[in-house]
Design a protein around this ligand. Structure first.
Ligand SMILES: [Zn+2]
Length: 150
């Protein structure tokens, strides 16, 4: 779809009013400090702030997914207002000996202590937060809820 200058559509923000997120399930502070080993290797967690491109990607992918369930919304124009309360986005920065640093990204906060490895995994749980009025975990098909039931 093309838009003339001055007619850019505004993003529609979606707010999820219920959350089961637990801040205590995030990495402990001692795991969030960059400590070098004698060989130069290190690993630590770093919280992503709302301005972080990955954080924004989580908001967009979740917003788009929620909007797909509602016919009156155009998914590509929808974004989550914020990560549901109690959840947080972290990068795990790892550098092995003689290797380049890499960052693996996770979303923490699920009551079981489980973590999501992508917005794609997390959005399933966000839809359940937004739509399951009974908050019945049996109804959530996300990987953390499924793992908890085994
Ligand atoms: Zn779930």
């Amino acid at each position: 779809m093309n838009y003339a200058w001055g007619q850019f559509p505004t993003l529609q923000k979606i707010r999820v009013h219920y959350s089961d997120g637990r801040p205590t399930m995030r990495p402990p502070p001692e795991d969030c400090v960059q400590k070098f080993n004698p060989d130069g290797s290190y690993e630590y967690f770093q919280e992503a702030k709302p301005g972080d491109p990955y954080y924004q990607r989580v908001l967009r992918e979740c917003g788009e997914y929620l909007a797909q369930q509602v016919q009156s919304l155009q998914p590509s124009l929808c974004v989550l207002d914020d990560i549901p309360e109690g959840y947080s986005v972290y990068g795990h920065r790892v550098k092995g000996v003689g290797k380049d640093e890499r960052t693996d990204r996770y979303i923490f906060g699920h009551p079981t202590g489980g973590r999501y490895r992508s917005p794609n995994e997390f959005k399933v749980h966000v839809l359940w937060l937004a739509s399951n009025e009974e908050h019945d975990y049996d109804d959530c098909p996300c990987k953390c809820c499924k793992a908890a039931m085994k």
